[in-house]
Ligand binder design. Structure first.
Ligand code: FES
Length: 98
């Protein structure tokens, strides 16, 4: 099934994919209790290496595992009560740091 594009981001800063004056480096934002928002210039490819179609500059990638339009988020994470871990305290260097 070809992913639909109805929930590829949809927030501020979205726009159609196309030529731009300056390429924006990719930026991934981990949305609390929700998807990963990916902005900028990037390409999504499937396991076969083929590009996954998208029509927006910003997309929301499912990380709860229940979306029916993977790899994109369809908002179902709200219905299943998906929860992410709380953010690390600011003075913590994070996992893997000695
Ligand atoms: S993160 Fe939204 S449906 Fe999975």
């Amino acid at each position: 099934m070809t992913p639909t594009v109805g929930h590829e981001g949809g927030g501020p800063g979205t726009g159609a994919v196309g030529p731009s004056a300056a390429a924006e480096p990719p930026r991934i934002i981990a949305y609390p209790d929700g998807p990963l928002l990916v902005r900028g210039e990037f390409e999504i490819v499937g396991p076969d290496g083929r590009p996954v179609p998208r029509s927006r500059r910003t997309v929301a990638l499912c990380r709860c595992g229940v979306s029916s339009i993977k790899p994109y988020c369809d908002g179902t994470h709200r219905l299943v009560g998906f929860r992410t871990d709380p953010p690390e305290p600011a003075d913590d260097a994070g996992p893997g740091t000695p």
